[in-house]
Structure formats: C-alpha cells, structure tokens
Design a protein around this ligand. Structure first.
Ligand code: NAP
Length: 344
C-alpha cells in the first residue's frame, strides 16, 4: 500500500501519514457508487465493509425500479456495482468491522476496526446503511433463526408450504410478503394501522395475491415456540378492540424499519430525531470533511437510485474537499464551492 504523506502537524510534530484520500465505510449502493466516482476522480480510495459488497441489494430478490434494468436480481446488480467500482481503482477491505471514525486534530480522519487496524484518510464518506428494528416482544430473541427472521430472501426457502406472519406496513413488509408467497402456503401481513405505508403499486400487488391476508390494527405481543424449539404461533392483539389471538404460524418475518448505523462516528454529528445524519446539498455532515450518503442520511426515501445519487454527490464533493486541502494551510477547512449551478 503506498502512502501519501500528510501536511506538517501542529506544534512541530509530524502529522500521521495519510494513507488514502477517501475512506468509504459500507459497500451498499451508496458506497459502491461513491467508490466508482472517487476512483474516476483519481482519489486513492479504500472501501471498508463488514460483509460482502452489496448491502441491501443482497436482501432484495428482484429489483424493478433501477433505470435501464426492467428487472435484475439484487445480487447481480450488487456484483455489477462492485466490479464497476473496482475498475476505477477503489481498494476493498471486506470482513472488517469499523468501530470508530475520528477527526484528527492535525487534519484528516482515522478509521479504527474491531480487528485492530487503523486507516487514515483526508476525508471519509459514511455509507453504512442501517440495522433492522426489532419488535422487542417476548420470544423474539429466543426464536431468532428458529422461525423469527429479518430477511425473506435469506430465509424464505426454509418455509416451503408453511404459514407465516410478516409484521409491518411499509415497502419492505409488503414487498417481502409478496416474495414469500413463492415458498409459503399463506402469509398473514400484520399491520398496526388500517392503512399501509407502502407505495400503491406494491399494495396493489399484495391485494391481488390470494396467498396474502392483511390483519389490520393489530400488533404482535409475543412469539411462542413449540416442543421442537421452533416458532409455533404469534400472539396478536387488536389495538382497536383489545382482542387477543394466538395465530398458528411457523415463521415471523419482521420488517418494521431500521436504525441508521451512525454509532461509529466519534464526536457529535447533527442528526434528526430518528438518528439519521443531516447533510447539506454536498452530502457533507456537520463535521467538516465527513460526508454521508444513502440510508444513513436523513431524506424522504431510501431507494437504490437515491443511494446511488447520494454516493455520486458525496464522492464529487469529497474530491473538491481533497483538492482544496492540498492548496490550503494545514489547519484550514475547505469550503466546497458549487460550480455550474443556477444563481438564486
Ligand atoms: P418504513 O417505511 O419505515 O415502514 C415501517 C413499517 O413498520 C411501517 O408501516 C410502521 O407502521 C411499521 N412499524 C414500525 N414500528 C413498528 C412496531 N414496533 N410494531 C409494528 N409495526 C411497526 O420501513 P421499510 O418498509 O423498512 O422501508 C424503509 C425505507 O426503504 C423506505 O424509505 C422504503 O420506501 C424503502 N424501501 C423501498 C423498497 C422499494 O421501493 N422497492 C423496498 C424496501 C424498502 P406505521 O405505518 O404505522 O408507522
């Protein structure tokens, strides 16, 4: 690995060597697009990823809303994103868990991993996505992997011919209910309100699917196992009437949203009440030189297209930041200047 030397540090001490121009944390659609654009901008780029590249794409069986592809399997789009980013020179480190991202007083950032490595860069783009919310009801943890699941693509095939429950009313719950009917006999979609949050086109698909029955105004209050140690039923409670019922199901798939993975950031970065990072139009967070893109960022929606758009902007802004850094005195913070925009 070649090293780009950093600028001289404060008080006459040598600054740590800066190994990369940009470190991208997380290799989902946002991170892989950022890697592609950073590589094309000739930035020395490192992508750090806990699993394998692809992020949420790997949990989505079929993508039908990525322009230019009327349909494509999630894993295939992930592979195309990755090989495209590698083509432009991004380096990848997979199987590493980033535990901390620190802004250094002498300039630049360090990224620390659970494996004990430290990487340094002039700038960091966080594209770490999110982690699924759990219901927090009795039995959920106990039967995780024994009937309770957060990924239909990963686990659906284990439920061939079974009756399962899906919890949630957003795009994920509705889309995954439809997907599960390839395997299962019946899906009960349990939603806490009398109206789904999911987009209309997805709603229409499940209303037309005879294997799916929506149970409205209802929450899951417990998940019960049988003598075989696997899920046997879900206890339901109708929030309007208070009525309870043990619904016989062998699987409970939970899709009730997710929490942004922002915990690695050391220091305070502005975020909304749900914890999503607030950025400006350059995808820069309140910490100068730290950019965020994709599901980790506060925004209206979380699609592959929006993640790719965010990743593009973040990488281009990071390039402007790095270029400005090279021409500024050591402690100065670059301002990213908009070019080619419209005057207000
Ligand atoms: P979401 O849109 O936040 O929906 C979460 C759902 O879970 C809501 O219906 C919510 O109910 C329900 N919920 C939340 N907490 C609950 C609890 N404790 N008990 C029971 N129900 C609970 O999350 P998502 O479906 O995971 O989607 C996240 C983002 O990814 C969205 O922006 C979505 O558009 C996007 N996405 C897009 C696609 C696609 O376009 N193909 C696919 C998947 C996800 P309420 O409605 O009552 O709040």
């Amino acid at each position: 690995m070649s090293t780009i030397e950093g600028t001289a540090g404060a008080a006459g001490t040598a600054a740590p060597s800066i190994e990369y121009d940009v470190i991208i944390i997380g290799a989902g659609p946002a991170g892989l697009t950022a890697a592609l654009y950073a590589g094309r901008s000739m930035l020395k780029t490192l992508v750090l990823e806990t699993g394998v590249p692809g992020g949420e794409l790997l949990k989505t069986e079929r993508i039908e809303d990525y322009p230019g592809f009327e349909h494509i399997d999630g894993w295939e789009l992930a592979q195309r994103f990755e090989s495209h980013a590698r083509k432009f020179g991004a380096e990848f480190r997979t199987g590493v868990t980033v535990t901390g991202v620190r802004k250094l007083p002498e300039g630049g950032f360090s990224a620390h991993t659970a494996e004990g490595e430290v990487f340094r860069a002039r700038t960091v783009i966080i594209t770490a996505g999110g982690t699924p919310f759990t219901l927090g009801v009795p039995g959920e943890l106990e039967y995780a992997g024994k009937g309770v699941s957060y990924c239909a693509i990963c686990d659906g095939a284990f439920f061939k011919g079974h009756t399962v429950a899906v919890v949630g009313g957003g795009d994920a719950a509705v889309e995954e209910s439809d997907f599960l009917t390839r395997y299962v006999e019946k899906v009960y979609l349990i939603h806490r309100r009398d109206e789904l949050r999911a987009s209309k086109i997805l709603q229409n698909r499940i209303f037309a699917n005879p294997k799916i029955e929506v149970i409205w105004n209802t929450v899951v209050t417990a998940i019960n196992g049988g003598p075989n140690g696997l899920v046997q039923s879900a206890r339901l409670c109708n929030v309007a009437t208070g009525e309870t019922l043990d619904l016989p199901v062998t699987g409970v798939f939970v899709f009730i949203g997710f929490r942004p993975n922002t915990g690695v950031i050391e220091g305070h970065a502005a975020h909304d009440q749900m914890g999503y990072l607030i950025t400006d139009m350059n995808m820069e967070t309140s910490i100068k030189g730290l950019f965020a893109a994709g599901d980790v960022r506060a925004q209206l929606t979380r699609q592959v297209t929006t993640a790719a758009g965010d990743g593009t902007t973040a990488a281009i802004a990071a390039e402007k930041y790095v270029t400005a850094l090279r021409t500024l005195p050591p402690a100065a913070e670059p301002e990213i200047v908009q070019t080619g925009g419209y005057a207000a």
